[in-house]
Write a protein that binds this ligand. Structure first.
Ligand code: SF4
Ligand code: FES
Length: 381
């Protein structure tokens, strides 16, 4: 029996004032003229409510780039959804924050690129760091009045892991209830920039110990969630909790996807909420059924005990790395194509590469050479 989806990931726009080099948005971004209107999103949230969905995660791009965001949040709340805003904070001030809270915002997650201003701005390709700190304090005041829940998200990678301890200390001062230490996932822009972002094994091992120590120290005050990046894990992540099992993602142009990267997969076509209902798409569409369950699985997944936990890993990663969405995720150590991931890890740990991570003090030199180091995320037309 297929249960209804639990949550909607609403990519309300691909516009963004930041240009983060680790962005997992697709390289081909949805243009502004194609974005769903306020009424269309409102209709989507009503359908979500009827399907018994629980959460709406507002993301992008930068959701604050939508001037109607308060209306969208209010519509989601009216449909009975718990509302979560995933944001860089750029485009928010105290007044707008208040308006979003009044509209029914339940939770806000603000991302930081680094604890050091220059480094944070360098990774984001924009001067944003100082503003985010001010904003985090304003959010904290709302949390103090018990109006919203507050998470800080820190994306970590080769260029900042060496001062993870300092970054956790910095976040502590912002007093969130929860910290998410998110290792970069290699999709979209992050995959294009992987050589500059994939950490070394030594960096990762040190980071795991630092996180364990911080968890102990902050227990009862700040919850820390952190997952080992799957290039270094033995088994892959259960991407999206399994294809078509829990989540639906709607992109700015209304395409309904099982995950954020699905559009890269050849041979699949995705329905649009302008043409079909969410209920139909969930139950009947060929795209949501394609990798649901176990029938599609190849060996070794088909006879592996872990298949009910990780569902064979990530279909998009299988395609992006092995060129075939139907094979076991190459991140799995049992996958026939695991050599692809091993070779990326080997390169990241090769002598020359190991010397490359920027000591924070020398990042300015890297900044000057950034066109060679990585490509910044662009903006849609
Ligand atoms: Fe998961 Fe498949 Fe690897 Fe087993 S073989 S751990 S099911 S990805
Ligand atoms: Fe598409 Fe993992 S990102 S299945």
């Amino acid at each position: 029996m297929l249960s209804n989806p639990l949550a909607l990931i609403a990519e309300v726009t691909h516009r963004c004032p930041l240009h983060c080099v680790y962005c997992s948005n697709p390289l081909e971004l949805a243009g502004t003229p194609s974005e769903l209107s306020t009424e269309e999103w409102t209709n989507v949230f009503q359908q979500c409510g009827k399907l018994g969905m629980l959460h709406a995660h507002f993301t992008g791009g930068e959701p604050l780039a939508r001037t109607d965001l308060a209306e969208l949040i209010s519509a989601a709340r009216a449909a009975g959804l718990y509302t979560n805003l995933i944001t860089s904070g750029i485009g928010l001030n105290e007044e707008r924050l208040q308006a979003l809270v009044d509209a029914g915002l339940d939770h806000i997650q603000i991302s930081f690129q680094d604890s050091r201003e220059q480094a944070a701005n360098w990774i984001a390709g924009a001067k944003a760091h100082t503003h985010k700190i001010e904003l985090a304090r304003a959010i904290r005041r709302q949390v103090g009045e018990k109006k919203i829940a507050f998470t800080v998200n820190l994306v970590v990678h080769r260029q900042n892991l060496d001062h993870l301890e300092e970054m956790i200390g910095f976040i502590e001062q912002l007093h969130p209830e929860r910290v998410e230490i998110a290792h970069t996932q290699y999709y979209g822009w992050a995959l294009a920039n992987r050589a500059a972002l994939l950490p070394t094994r030594a960096q990762l091992e040190k980071a795991v110990a630092i996180v364990a120590e911080a968890e102990k120290r902050l227990a009862g005050r700040i919850r820390i969630d952190s997952v080992v990046p799957d290039y270094y894990a033995k088994y892959p992540k259960a991407c999206m909790g399994g294809w078509g099992r829990r989540l639906m993602l709607i992109n700015p142009a209304g395409k309904v996807l099982p995950c954020h990267a699905a559009e890269v997969l050849p041979g699949l076509s995705f329905e649009n909420v302008r043409e079909k209902t969410l209920g139909w798409i969930w139950q009947e569409s060929s795209s949501f059924r394609r990798f649901r369950g176990e029938d599609w699985m190849p060996e070794p997944c088909r006879s592996c005990d872990r298949r009910t936990e990780d569902f064979g890993g990530c279909r998009c990663q299988a395609f992006l790395l092995a060129g075939d969405a139907t094979v076991t995720d190459p991140a799995c150590s049992l996958a026939p194509s695991h050599g692809i991931v091993e070779s990326a890890v080997r390169e990241a740990n090769a002598d020359a590469a190991v010397a490359q991570p920027a000591p924070a003090s020398s990042f300015v030199q890297l900044q000057n050479a950034n066109t060679e180091l990585w490509s910044y995320r662009t903006n849609p037309e």
